[in-house]
Design a protein. Structure first.
Ligand code: PLP
Ligand code: COI
Length: 364
């Protein structure tokens, strides 16, 4: 892969030394108080698909992109995105958690909405490059913060007919983040949403297109209006099975078994997939299957899991339509299995525990 240094990069003032730069960043960012927001970083990387092929990876400093007003991403939702994180270990090294899984999922999304997608090697090289370029924004070990990596793929060709674009932009930006839900690992209350469907039974819930998130916004606002940060979606057809929790998968624990929904309308979470392996490593049974909402009353522990959510333990599930509250956490505390799963996951990601499944891609 060839990397082009763009003129805007070259025009920059003489860069400060890396150690000086890190010092300045450490002074200005309060890593421990970071929320899940957008903080500008120095570089993003881009590649354009034109004339039937992907161009070289370009390094950019500007935060804006220029698009034809008739671009297919703007009108017909030809858009795929991903989310993964980089962590700084005690040893100073930067670890990317399972980036090849995100590459595969972006390809699956792109295929479904008929977009071109860079191959896995190109994707991984681009992720590494953008993290290396912004290394000073990878939060220090022990702050609980991480560098969120956001790959984006959009149809950029100008047309008004509904058919796939012949031109695409693949780009990645990064931003340092703290917890998605402000209380981090503290159990939170969840409301069941029976009014809105996030994804249709044979729709796009299993891929990561922006339209799914647009479809969840009214639901999310409805949840907030009722005082809840997460809504729980049930299957759209029968409202009988558990689907997922906002922008995270759902899992529960009962009788030393990790139970998680298997549904076409939920995103195949890389965190959930990893937790299933960790649960088995910890001696738990694992069940990925349709999970009836009626089972809620039997769960000893439950949580929402995802890159942004990590593990967010669930305190109560509130079903206002049936005037029922399922209290899951004991005394508002995360259960013992949830704690073990969390410690193992975060321990591997930070490099504190052995990476026995070879999940981390280490940089530097
Ligand atoms: N479900 C939805 C709808 C999501 O947006 C996400 C976040 O990516 C997840 C689940 C969790 O997936 P992952 O663990 O791969 O981040
Ligand atoms: C993630 O967990 O990476 C997500 O994509 C969730 C969200 C911020 C959309």
């Amino acid at each position: 892969m060839k990397i082009c240094a763009f003129s805007d990069v070259q025009r920059q003032k003489k860069p400060l030394s890396l150690s000086h730069n890190i010092f300045l960043i450490m002074e200005t960012i309060d890593w421990g108080s970071l929320g899940f927001g957008y903080v500008k970083t120095d570089y993003n990387v881009r590649s354009y698909f034109r004339d039937g092929k992907w161009g070289d990876l370009e390094v950019h400093t500007e935060e804006t992109i220029t698009l034809p007003m008739a671009a297919t991403c703007l009108h017909y939702g030809q858009e795929a995105f991903e989310g993964l994180k980089a962590f700084r270990g005690k040893d100073g090294k930067i670890r990317l958690f399972r980036p090849e899984e995100n590459a595969k999922r972006m390809k699956a999304t792109a295929d479904y909405v008929c977009m071109q997608c860079p191959d896995e090697d190109f994707y991984l090289a681009a992720v590494k490059k953008v993290v290396e370029l912004n290394a000073k924004y990878v939060p220090p070990y022990g702050t609980g913060a991480s560098l969120y990596i956001r790959p984006l793929l959009i149809g950029t060709g100008a047309q008004v007919g509904v058919h796939p674009s012949s031109e695409y932009l693949f780009m990645i930006f990064v931003t340092p983040v703290g917890p998605y839900y402000k209380d981090g690992f503290k159990p939170i209350d969840v409301i069941v949403d029976r009014l809105h469907d996030r994804a249709a039974p044979r729709g796009t819930g299993h891929i990561k297109v922006g339209g799914n998130y647009a479809a969840s916004m009214e639901s999310s606002a409805w949840g907030h209006d009722h005082g809840y940060n997460i809504v729980l979606y049930l299957d759209a057809k029968e409202k009988k099975y558990i689907d997922e929790c906002g922008a995270a998968n759902f899992f529960a624990v009962r009788d030393n078994t990790y139970i998680t929904p298997n549904s076409h309308s939920i995103l195949p979470s890389i965190t959930n997939k990893s937790l299933q392996v960790i649960a088995a490593d910890l001696g738990m049974k694992v069940e990925a299957r349709p999970v009836a909402f009626d089972e809620m009353v039997t769960f000893e522990e439950a949580g929402a899991c995802g890159t942004a959510a990590v593990i967010t333990p669930i305190n109560k599930i509130v079903d206002i339509d049936h005037e029922t509250v399922y209290t899951i956490a004991k005394n508002g505390q995360p259960g013992p299995n949830t704690v073990r799963l969390y410690q193992q996951l975060v321990g591997i990601q930070n490099g504190d525990l052995p990476d026995t499944h070879d999940w981390n891609l280490i940089i530097g």
